[in-house]
Design a protein around this ligand. Structure first.
Ligand code: BES
Ligand code: ZN
Length: 644
């Protein structure tokens, strides 16, 4: 106990000395928020780092990208701040080939050890240092199967001419391409110099080029401190199109105009977000549209959102995903979940913010459709999880120690998180809640947040022991109890109610041709979200004849809208509607977005014939998928054992 006090006093003194001696290095000072007394490091169950002994504050990365060997050869120089009598610094690594480590400007190799490899966490890299060590320089190369990196051959791109590289670091894959303290509570600034084959462009989650450089060398700077899960790199035949002074879009040349059309409202989105919760803090906001194997819809890499091409619907109907990634520029990138157990703080806030942006730009009707779809997803998943014995995972606060943090990526963090925040909004009133959120982002910018700290903050600044229309008991129920509280917000969409009534008349025998005219289809009387609601609500006992009737009129099987197509394909498998199977096969081979893949494969696995089909398709499609997708699907299809 006493020892702890001494330690703490030393901590404060050390912190004071550090910040007061360091007047020129303002960026380093920012990174020092890592160690402010009010924001001590929590124990992160997914990182080996011991930041209380030595913590990184800056990364200098010099790398050469080699498409032939599928490796990145690099030198990572990490600035470190040491603690008391530090004798070592611990980094996270996974599958890296460490070649040489030196300290500061020295050339002499320093001793280090690599701990045992854990399936999820990789190995600790323990480097012997001195208390006065300022920089640790690590020469290494990545493994060809580094989990964050996907190496695409030209055939897997839109242009079919050049290879492509993309990374996905969240949640704990940054360590597979950079030796780093890979914990969301540890922030650092970075600089990088990346050499790529001539003719290709490199982009990172940093200040980016807009033109190709003939020698293939690109330099990057990220002056705001970020956690490792926001490190990102993309390399390929990429071009840029500006959308406003501070926004723009990157994509392969064949796609960039289509992308610019789709995201033409981007500046308005940023402005809408700022009007809600304060200034955008990352200078530029650009999007890169990646090849279709990108495993997510979007990833909020700072300054440069990574996005799937499956949102290019041609009619701007799937842009709420961009509102979501943009919203992370506040919830997540400014105020970050301290560990992956607090993941809902990133995603629940972001879904709430996303809906508010969409409401502001396109009206309440629009955002209520999003909310209604979210509630459908949530109720379905909560039921399934409870049936599946995963009741504990339906709490907002998770316990992911010893597990893959990916297990926390369910509707609970996203949609239960959303409805929890919406519930507070409805009880205390929007004005008060908005004031609270704005202050929350401002006061906690560039810091991390635990669920417990948030609960305290919420009580102090908004709930105020029940004085504002909501009690702490209700708050704690949402966070620490499983399932969904009965008293939850009830989104209402008149548009969906109309869809329901058309469906009812159809179910009672009226033909779809009478209910939906050619004109309705041509004029797009129904939006993508109405169609999604329609498809999701189709009767369980629907006949093949009925599916044919719908398809003849509405042509779902050939839909160019990925969300509509995926929803229809799921129904097609469920009802063994073989006319859609060619479309299903090509969709699964050409798309790597896990959110679409998992339900389709899972649906196939429910029957014996379906299992055969699933395995056959997976064999062909698997080489097109990122590790994030194959790790989920290998488990689902039972491919884990016979992988190699
Ligand atoms: N940050 C997430 C993606 C993520 C989460 C990657 C956890 C790895 C681990 C991103 O912001 C996200 O939520 N993407 C969603 C978009 C959607 C909810 C609009 C996706 O990809 O489906
Ligand atoms: Zn998100």
């Amino acid at each position: 106990m006493l020892k702890k006090y001494y330690y703490f006093a030393f901590f404060i003194l050390f912190q004071f000395l550090l910040t007061s001696c360091d007047s020129e290095k303002s960026e380093t000072k920012k990174a020092n928020t890592n160690k402010s007394a009010t924001n001590m490091f929590e124990n992160d169950p997914h990182s080996y780092a011991k930041p209380q002994e030595a913590v990184i504050t800056h990364l200098d990365w010099e790398a050469t990208v080699d498409f032939d060997t599928k490796t990145i050869d690099a030198l990572a120089s990490l600035s470190v701040e040491t603690w008391e009598v530090a004798t070592k610094i611990i980094l996270d690594t996974k599958g890296l080939n460490i070649k040489k480590i030196t300290l500061d400007g020295g050339t002499e190799e320093v001793t280090y050890s690599l701990g045992d490899e854990d399936k999820h966490m990789g190995s600790a890299l323990i480097i012997n240092i001195l208390p006065e060590t300022k920089t640790v320089n690590i020469s290494y190369s990545t493994a060809p199967d580094a989990e964050a990196i996907q190496w695409l051959n030209p055939a897997q791109t839109a242009g079919k001419r050049s290879p492509f590289l993309l990374t996905q670091s969240e949640a704990i894959l940054a360590r597979s391409w950079i030796p780093i303290q890979d914990s969301p509570g540890i922030r650092f600034t970075y600089n990088a110099k990346v050499k790529v084959p001539k003719g290709l462009m490199a982009l990172m989650s940093a200040k980016n080029p807009t033109k190709k450089n003939i020698n293939g060398i690109y330099e990057f700077e990220m002056t705001q401190p970020i956690p490792a899960y926001l490190l990102a790199l993309a390399v390929g035949d990429i071009s840029f199109m500006p959308l406003s002074d501070r926004t723009g879009v990157y994509a392969e040349p064949d796609l960039v105009s289509k992308a610019a059309y789709e995201f033409s409202d981007l500046e308005n989105m940023v402005a809408a977000a700022e009007s809600l919760y304060g200034p955008y803090q990352w200078e530029r906001y650009d999007i890169i549209v990646l090849p279709p194997s990108f495993p997510f819809g979007g990833m909020e890499n700072p300054r440069l959102t990574f996005a799937t091409p499956t949102i290019l619907a041609g009619d701007r109907s799937l842009t709420s995903l961009i509102a979501h990634e943009l919203a992370h520029s506040w919830s997540g990138n400014l105020v970050t979940n301290d560990t992956w157990d607090d993941f809902w703080l990133n995603e629940g806030f972001t879904v709430y913010f996303e809906h508010r942006i969409m409401e502001k730009l396109y009206g309440r009707d629009y955002s209520e459709m999003l909310a209604s779809l979210a509630l459908q997803d949530l109720e379905k998943e909560v039921d399934a999880m409870i049936k599946n014995g995963q009741k504990e995972d339906t709490k907002l606060k998770l316990k992911l120690k010893g597990r893959n943090p990916d297990d926390g990526m369910t509707s609970i963090a996203y949609d239960k998180g959303y409805f929890f925040l919406r519930n507070i909004e409805e009880k205390v009133g929007r004005e008060k809640f908005d004031g609270f959120l704005k202050a929350y982002f401002e006061e906690n910018a560039f810091k991390s947040m635990t669920t417990e700290k948030f609960v305290k903050y919420l009580n102090r600044n908004l709930v105020r022991n029940g004085k504002n229309g909501i009690t702490m008991a209700e708050i704690k129920g949402w966070i620490y109890q499983p399932g969904l509280p009965k008293d939850r917000p009830k989104p209402h969409s008149d548009k969906f109610a109309k869809v329901d009534s058309v469906l009812n008349v159809w179910k009672n025998g009226e033909s779809i041709r009478t209910l939906i005219s050619q004109k309705d289809i041509a004029n797009k009387t129904w939006s993508t979200h109405e169609w999604l609601h329609f498809i999701r609500s189709l009767p369980k006992d629907m006949t093949i004849k009925q599916m044919q009737e719908l398809d003849r009129r509405l042509n779902f099987t050939n839909s160019k809208n990925s969300e509509i197509l995926a929803a229809w394909l799921e129904q097609s498998i469920r009802h063994d509607y073989k006319w859609a199977y060619n479309s299903l096969k090509s969709f699964l081979i050409n798309t790597g977005r896990r959110k679409f893949l998992t339900p389709l494969y899972a649906e196939m696995l429910k029957t014996e014939d379906g299992k055969i089909m699933a395995n056959r398709i997976y064999k062909k499609a698997r080489p097109n998928y990122h590790f994030v997708a194959t790790s989920t699907l290998d488990k689902l299809l039972g491919w884990e054992e016979d992988k190699e």
